[in-house]
Ligand binder design. Structure first.
Ligand code: GRF
Length: 203
């Protein structure tokens, strides 16, 4: 069974969706660790409630990003993590970290990449006036929100949408799409070739 580490910073609703899918046996993997860079992240409460191993890793105890990431890599390798799942982890992971887990780190982003990268994907799409936005799950590479895309799904923006109403629909879609993408990953249905992800669909 493959070991997942889920890295979070906040509310952890995607973490919860993944926990639920693992519990239902849809994702056949073991959540070996939930790690947060924020002491008060609700994701840690969710991990505790689910009986998972969890840890708060404080970036302020380290000199710089690279030394923090060295600590993370050491911690993850020690418990034999196969895949690193970023679920609202509000830090940019260093090239060092990415090299150590090449094509083994995945992230979810609340827009149709490559549009609206960065931390404000939902509001930026709304403010721009696009009529369609969505959710992307992608492998993490050195480019911010720029790695090979695994799955995407779109959502129509309505004329009366606010940041809150749009965010609610985006999050609902995230909670469906992230477990789907992780299932494909764990079931070995993904191949990265020339920066693109080939998805082998179930027959
Ligand atoms: C999600 O919108 C995700 O796309 C983004 O951060 C948010 C995390 O939400 N990367 P949660 O902590 O999973 O509730």
């Amino acid at each position: 069974m493959k070991n997942l580490a889920i890295l979070c910073s906040g509310f952890g609703s995607n973490l919860q969706a993944i926990i639920n899918s693992v519990k239902k046996g849809k994702i056949k993997a073991n959540i070996a660790l939930v790690l947060s860079d924020k002491v008060d992240s609700y994701a840690l409460v969710r991990a505790k409630k689910a009986g998972l191993l969890f840890v708060f890793a404080d970036p302020n105890s380290f000199l710089d990003r690279e030394s923090y990431d060295q600590y993370l890599v050491k911690k993850l390798k020690k418990i034999k993590i196969d895949y690193v799942v970023l679920a609202g982890f509000m830090r940019i992971v260093s090239p060092y970290f990415i090299k150590k887990f090449k094509n083994k780190i995945v992230n979810i982003h609340p827009s149709l990449l490559p549009a609206f990268k960065g931390t404000q994907g939902i509001v930026d799409a709304l403010n721009y006036g696009v009529k369609v936005t969505g959710v992307s799950v992608h492998f993490v590479n050195e480019q911010l929100d720029g790695g090979p895309i695994i799955l995407q799904e779109s959502i129509k923006i309505q004329a009366d949408d606010t940041a809150e109403t749009l965010a609610a629909r985006i999050h609902k879609l995230e909670h469906k799409l992230y477990p789907q993408a992780l299932k494909l990953l764990i079931d070995n249905k993904l191949t990265v070739k020339s920066g693109k992800v080939l998805v082998e669909r179930e027959k």
